[in-house]
Design a protein around this ligand. Structure first.
Ligand code: SUG
Length: 447
């Protein structure tokens, strides 16, 4: 049965800003307090998604979350006659806590969930586990809404299973597909699922930056998805990479088909990791490892350029795989030179193209962070809510929707503006209709 990899990009929300909220994410820390452009951000994301759809790839969208998240603030004891007044009160009393309830971080769809295609699961359905994202407060309030979005988009229990997130406890810290890669000879064929965890949930962790994924979380996801243990590998992300700012595995590693493209420092014990990955391929197919040596791309440049946070794609018409990298990869001397050598060689990757997603990049989110990959066969694809597929018509609707509702600039001094509440809700109310998500999709629509 023909199966394709569909990419679902997280639509950038109207409150996109630089809060400096993300632990271990150097871009987020560096750009804290700078002026963001939500409108430019959403248009960059839409342009990337449209470009892939135009190329003939299967491209969908995931809706942004409701921010500022007023119900969350009310739960913490903030009050006011209107929701705008609640927001003002929270910003005045505790700006950091308020900022955590404003972030547009749901744009990074690679953290929305871990997804196992039906070729890998015991019951032959596509399984999703929304990531609990408990390591950072601003992200820990995403999972219930992500679950709701997945339930509205993959609303067919013959084909899809959307699980609850894992328990909100440090032993089960889970960041979703950003710490998971799948290798397969072809998308619809049997695959090896590789979970990359940062720490043992029961062990000590004494590094400068947190390890956001535990082994226990990865194992629980594999169990509930019904994966075959023989075709599943659990490997540890290198502490040195985390210390260098690779807060997710997808900052140093990406896969497509049988190809694993990774930095020399990606894994804690590289030889053991590669053997475990090879074993999980079960001799059904040979994995193809493309390892980038630190002598050619220092880890600092990998993190700065986001070379590995690229989408590695079977681009229609191209004879070899294509890397869709952020512009920053071209602007970083070592990664640009590496890319030129890569495509001049005769390996599995034949071209590198660049995308401008600078608004997201300044918060540490590259092209790969912005998308969730879901392998779908024809029947599964037909069962997806059709309103979320990127088409010429949807692109035109959403670009004018964004121009109507999104601010050109959002500066630190604007963040306390009570008007942000109603502006965001007007945008999202309209979006629920455009994407056919139902009139009770967002918490504010259910009051
Ligand atoms: O969790 N940044 C996100 C970036 C996530 C990137 N995703 C992947 N690598 N898959 C994070 O660190 C910054 C928000 C702020 O600081 O305002 C933030 O949450």
């Amino acid at each position: 049965m023909a199966a394709v990899e569909a990419n679902f990009d997280g639509l950038i929300g109207p409150t996109h800003n630089y809060g400096g909220l993300a632990p271990g994410n150097l871009a987020s820390a560096t750009n804290k307090g700078s002026v963001a452009s939500p409108r430019q951000g959403v248009l960059e994301g839409l342009a990337k998604a449209k470009r892939l759809a135009d190329a003939g790839l299967v491209q969908g969208l995931l809706p942004p979350h409701d921010r500022p998240y007023i119900q969350g603030l009310r739960r913490l004891g903030f009050s006011g006659a209107t929701d705008g007044a609640v927001w003002e009160a929270a910003v005045k009393a505790d700006p950091k806590l308020a900022a955590d309830h404003l972030s547009a971080s749901s744009m990074w769809a690679a953290n929305a969930a871990t997804v196992s295609p039906s070729a890998d699961t015991a019951d032959g359905r596509v399984h999703f586990t929304p990531a609990n994202l408990i390591t950072a407060l601003h992200r820990s309030i995403e999972d219930f809404q992500t679950q709701r979005a997945l339930e509205r988009i993959f609303a067919n229990d013959r084909h899809f299973v959307v699980h609850d997130p894992l328990p909100h406890q440090s032993v089960f810290a889970d960041e979703g597909a950003a710490n998971h890669v799948r290798l397969a000879a072809e998308h619809g064929g049997p695959g090896a699922e590789v979970f990359v965890y940062g720490r043992d949930g029961f062990g000590a962790w004494d590094a400068r930056f947190p390890a956001r994924q535990t082994r226990q979380a990865s194992e629980a996801v594999a169990r509930r998805h019904g994966l075959d243990p023989a075709r599943t590998a659990f490997v540890q992300q290198s502490k040195a990479a985390i210390e260098a700012g690779a807060f997710h595995n997808d900052v140093v590693c990406v896969s497509n088909g049988p190809v694993l493209f990774f930095h020399e420092w990606a894994f804690e014990n590289k030889d053991a990791a590669l053997s475990a990955i090879r074993a999980a391929c079960q001799s059904v197919f040979e994995p193809i490892f493309v390892e980038v040596p630190a002598s050619e791309v220092p880890i600092g440049d990998a993190v700065k350029s986001y070379l590995f946070n690229s989408q590695l794609l079977d681009w229609p018409g191209a004879s070899r795989q294509v890397v869709l990298a952020p512009e920053e990869t071209r602007e970083t001397a070592s990664t640009n030179a590496y890319c030129e050598r890569l495509v001049a060689g005769n390996g599995p990757i034949g071209a590198v193209r660049f995308a401008d997603v600078r608004q997201s990049m300044r918060n540490g989110g590259g092209p790969a962070c912005l998308r969730l990959r879901v392998v779908l066969d024809d029947d599964q694809r037909a069962a997806v809510n059709p309103a979320i597929w990127m088409t010429d018509a949807l692109y035109s609707t959403l670009t004018s929707w964004a121009r109507t509702h999104y601010r050109e600039a959002l500066a630190p001094e604007d963040l306390g503006d009570p008007a942000l509440v109603e502006e965001g809700r007007a945008a999202l109310d309209e979006l629920t209709q455009i994407l056919a998500l139902g009139p009770d999709f967002y918490p504010f629509q259910r009051i």
